[in-house]
Design a protein around this ligand. Structure first.
Ligand SMILES: NC(=O)c1ccc[n+]([C@@H]2O[C@H](COP(=O)([O-])OP(=O)(O)OC[C@H]3O[C@@H](n4cnc5c(N)ncnc54)[C@H](OP(=O)(O)O)[C@@H]3O)[C@@H](O)[C@H]2O)c1
Length: 285
C-alpha cells in the first residue's frame, strides 16, 4: 500500500523546476504522452518551461488532458497522433513540430506496449509488434531528432547541448522476464541502441540517456497492482515497499533534459525503488 507521507510528498507539492523553469525556451517531443509515464513526463517538461508536442496513437482524450495541463502551467503544447513504428507517421510528426516550434531540443521516446505469452506460444505477430513499437519506434524518432540536431547545431542561450534524447527503457533492460521475452528483448535492445548512439553522438554535444523505471502504476501493468493481493506480491520485488507513480519519473526526465546533467552521457537512470538490488537477498539471502 502507498503510505500517506508519500502521497503528501508527490501529489500536491509544486516541483522546484516549475519555479526555476530550467527548460525555458526548449522544444520537447514526448511519444506516448497520452497516458501513464509519458503523460507525467510531458507535464513535468511543460512545468519546467518547455514547449511540448504530445504524441499519442489512439487515446486522443488523454493527449488533450496533457496539453491542457501544460497550458495551465503557462507553457505551449499541442497533440499529434502518430504510430511511432511507421516511418511516414514519424516524419509527419516531426514536420508538424518544426512547423509549429521551428526545431526540437529534447526527445523523450516513451511509447511502449506489452504482448505477453509463454515463450513457445508467442506468435510472430506478438514478437514483431513489441519490437516495432518499443525498439524500432525509438530508432525512427531518434533518427529524425538527430538529423535536426546536426542541421541546427548548438544554441548556447537555449542549452549547452545540441540536443538531448531520453529513451524510456525499463529495469527489464537488465532483468530477464519470463513470459515477456519480446518486451525484455526490446528493452535490452534499447539499452545498446542508446549506448551506441551516445558513443557516436557525444562528440557532437548530443546527449543520449535512458530512464529505467521499475514497477509504476499505469494502464500497461494494471493486473500487477490493481488488487491488494497482486500489489502485495509485487511489493516483494521492491525494497522501497511502494509501487511507483508516473510522477516519480517526471523529475528524472527534467533533470536528464536539463544542463544540470550536461556531463551525463550513455547511462540509464533507474527509478525503481531498488528493484535492481536483488530483493530476494534483503534478509541476508
Ligand atoms: N509502467 C511500468 O511499470 C513501466 C516500467 C518500466 C518501463 N515502462 C515503459 O514506460 C513506457 C510508458 O509505459 P506506461 O507504463 O506509461 O504505459 P501506458 O500508460 O500504457 O502508455 C503507453 C503509451 O504508449 C503509446 N503507444 C502505444 N503504441 C504506440 C504506437 N504504436 N505509437 C505511438 N504511441 C504508442 C500509448 O498511446 P495511446 O494510448 O494513445 O495508444 C500510450 O500513450 C513504455 O515504454 C514502457 O515500456 C513502464
Amino acid at each position: 500500500m502507498m503510505n500517506a507521507s508519500h502521497d503528501q510528498n508527490s501529489s500536491n507539492k509544486v516541483p522546484g523546476y516549475s519555479i526555476i523553469k530550467p527548460l525555458k525556451g526548449q522544444k520537447a517531443l514526448v511519444t506516448g504522452a497520452s497516458s501513464g509515464i509519458g503523460k507525467a513526463v510531458a507535464v513535468a517538461l511543460g512545468q519546467a518551461g518547455a514547449s511540448v508536442v504530445i504524441n499519442y496513437r489512439s487515446n486522443e482524450k488523454g493527449a488533450a488532458e496533457a496539453v491542457k495541463a501544460i497550458k495551465d502551467c503557462g507553457s505551449e503544447a499541442f497533440a499529434f497522433g502518430a504510430d511511432v513504428s511507421q516511418p511516414a507517421d514519424v516524419q509527419a510528426m516531426f514536420k508538424a513540430m518544426f512547423d509549429a516550434y521551428g526545431t526540437v531540443d529534447i526527445l523523450v521516446s516513451n511509447s511502449g506496449i506489452q504482448q505477453d505469452a509463454a515463450f513457445d506460444e508467442m506468435t510472430l505477430a506478438q514478437w514483431q509488434i513489441v519490437i516495432d513499437v518499443n525498439l524500432t519506434g525509438q530508432f525512427l524518432c531518434a533518427r529524425e531528432a538527430v538529423k535536426e540536431f546536426k542541421r541546427r547545431g548548438v544554441v548556447p542561450e537555449v542549452s549547452r547541448a545540441v540536443g538531448k534524447i531520453i529513451c524510456m527503457s525499463s529495469v527489464h533492460e537488465v532483468i530477464p522476464w519470463a513470459g515477456h521475452v519480446n518486451y525484455a528483448a526490446s528493452k535490452g535492445g534499447v539499452m545498446l541502441m542508446m549506448k551506441s548512439m551516445a558513443q557516436e553522438l557525444a562528440p557532437l554535444k548530443i546527449r543520449v540517456n535512458s530512464i529505467g523505471p521499475g514497477a509504476i502504476k499505469t494502464p500497461i501493468n494494471t493486473a500487477a497492482w490493481s488488487t491488494p493481493e497482486a500489489e502485495q506480491e509485487l511489493l516483494k520485488l521492491i525494497p522501497a515497499k511502494r509501487v511507483g507513480e508516473p510522477e516519480d519519473i517526471g523529475p528524472a526526465a527534467v533533470w536528464l533534459a536539463s544542463d544540470e546533467s550536461d556531463y551525463v552521457n550513455g547511462t540509464t537512470l533507474f527509478v525503481d525503488g531498488g528493484m535492481l538490488l536483488y530483493p530476494g537477498f534483503e534478509d541476508g539471502g
